[in-house]
Design a protein around this ligand. Structure first.
Ligand code: BT5
Length: 316
C-alpha cells in the first residue's frame, strides 16, 4: 500500500514524477493528483517543472491516517478514521456502530472536540490540533466481567507510549487508579471506557482517550507532554506508537497472558500506601490505599477496616 505520500516521506529528497510513477506503477497524472490531495491536507511540497517533487513540510495540526500508517511501518491492525471536528469521538464512534452498522475495530480521532466528555458527564478539555483525542473501538465477544481488562490495556498502551517519547527519566509518570495517567502529580491523560453489550456479552469496547500533547491546558492540576518535556511531540507518530502498544497488550490478552499486563499496571500505580480519599458518588471515605485485587478493585483501610471499591474517584 505504498503511495505517493509514503514515497516522498521515504525519499527525503527531490524525486521526479516519472520516478514515482515508475516505482508505484501508476501514471504521472495519478502522481500529480495525489500530490494535489496532499497539498490540500496541508503538506508543503516543493515542485519544479524539471526536477520533480520534494516534501518540505507536513501538517502538524492534523492527524492523517496515511502518515500514521507510515510511522507504523506496516498496515496497522485497526482502521484509522480522522475527523477535523466533532462533538465527542466516543459519541461519533457509537453512531458509526449503531446507525451505520460498522462492524470492524477502528481508531477514530478528531483534531477538535466541541463536547469532549469525561466520566459522569464531566468535561474533557482539549486544544484543536495540539492534543490527541480519539476513541478506540474494539469489536469482541466477551463476558461483561472482562470489561476492566480493556481499560487497563489502554492505560498501559498510553503509559508506555508517553514514557518512550522522553527516555530520560527525570519525571514521575504514574497511573492513578483506575486509569488516569499523571505526570509529576498532574493529569496528562484521561480515559473514558464505555461498552455496547448484548445480554451479558461485550460486543464493542469504546475506549476514549484524551492526552495533553502540545497544548497548555487551562485546567487545574493538568500538564501536557510539551510542558513536561520542553519540546513538541508529533501527534501522528505518537498515535502510531499507541496503536502499536495497544496491539501488543491486546495480543497478550488474547494469548491468555493478561496477568502480565495487569502486573505492569499494578506496579505503575501511584499513591499505594498513601493516605487518600475515595469518592464513590454516594460517600467519601478516607483511608490508606492498601492494595489492588486481581479483578482491579481497590482496597482501602479506613478506621482499621478493609473496604473494597470497584469504581470511584481517587482524591489525592
Ligand atoms: C476522564 O474523565 O479523565 C476521561 C477523559 C476522556 C476524554 C476522551 S477524549 C476522546 C474521547 N471522547 C470524549 O468525549 N472523551 C474521550 P474524568 O476522570 O471524569 O475526568 C474529568 C476531569 O478531568 C474534569 O472534570 C477536569 O477536572 C479534568 N480535566 C478536563 N480536561 C482535562 C485535561 N485536558 N487535562 C487534565 N485534566 C482535565
Amino acid at each position: 500500500m505504498l503511495n505517493v505520500m509514503h514515497y516522498l516521506l521515504k525519499a527525503k529528497k527531490e524525486v521526479s514524477g516519472e520516478e514515482i510513477a515508475g516505482a508505484l506503477n501508476i501514471s504521472r497524472t495519478a502522481v500529480w493528483k495525489q500530490i494535489n490531495q496532499m497539498k490540500k491536507m496541508g503538506f508543503i511540497i516543493h515542485a519544479t517543472h524539471k526536477a520533480g517533487y520534494e516534501l518540505i513540510g507536513f501538517p502538524k495540526e492534523r492527524i492523517i491516517p496515511g502518515l500514521v500508517e507510515f510511522y507504523y511501518g506496516k498496515l496497522p491492525p485497526f482502521e484509522i478514521i480522522s475527523l477535523e471536528s466533532v462533538d465527542s469521538t466516543n459519541n461519533y464512534a457509537k453512531k458509526l456502530i449503531v446507525d451505520h452498522s460498522k462492524t470492524n475495530s477502528f481508531i477514530l480521532t478528531s483534531d477538535e472536540q466541541t463536547l469532549g466528555r469525561g466520566r459522569m458527564s464531566r468535561k474533557w478539555e482539549s486544544e484543536k490540533g495540539k492534543d490527541l483525542t480519539f476513541t478506540f473501538n474494539y469489536c469482541l465477544d466477551q463476558d461483561v466481567n472482562e470489561y476492566y481488562k480493556f481499560t487497563i490495556i489502554a492505560a498501559m498502551a498510553v503509559f508506555y507510549s508517553i514514557k518512550s517519547v522522553q527516555v530520560e527519566e527525570n519525571y514521575e509518570l504514574k497511573i492513578k487508579w483506575p486509569n488516569d495517567i499523571y505526570l509529576n502529580k498532574k493529569k496528562i491523560c484521561g480515559i473514558l471506557s464505555e461498552m455496547i453489550t448484548e445480554g451479558l456479552r461485550i460486543k464493542n469496547m469504546l475506549i476514549g482517550i484524551g492526552i495533553n500533547v502540545n497544548s497548555d491546558p487551562a485546567v487545574e492540576r493538568a500538564i501536557s507532554m510539551k510542558q513536561a518535556f520542553g519540546k513538541e511531540t508529533d501527534r501522528n507518530s505518537l498515535l502510531a506508537l499507541i496503536i502499536s502498544n495497544l496491539d501488543k497488550y491486546l495480543n497478550l490478552y488474547t494469548s491468555r497472558n493478561f496477568e502480565a499486563v495487569f502486573q505492569l499496571w499494578k506496579s505503575n500505580l501511584g499513591w499505594i500506601g498513601d493516605e487518600i480519599r475515595i469518592d464513590t458518588g454516594k460517600e467519601k471515605i478516607s483511608g490508606i490505599f492498601k492494595d489492588i485485587y486481581p479483578d482491579g478493585a481497590i482496597v482501602i483501610v479506613a478506621n482499621g477496616i478493609e473496604r473494597v471499591f470497584y469504581s470511584g474517584d481517587l482524591l489525592t
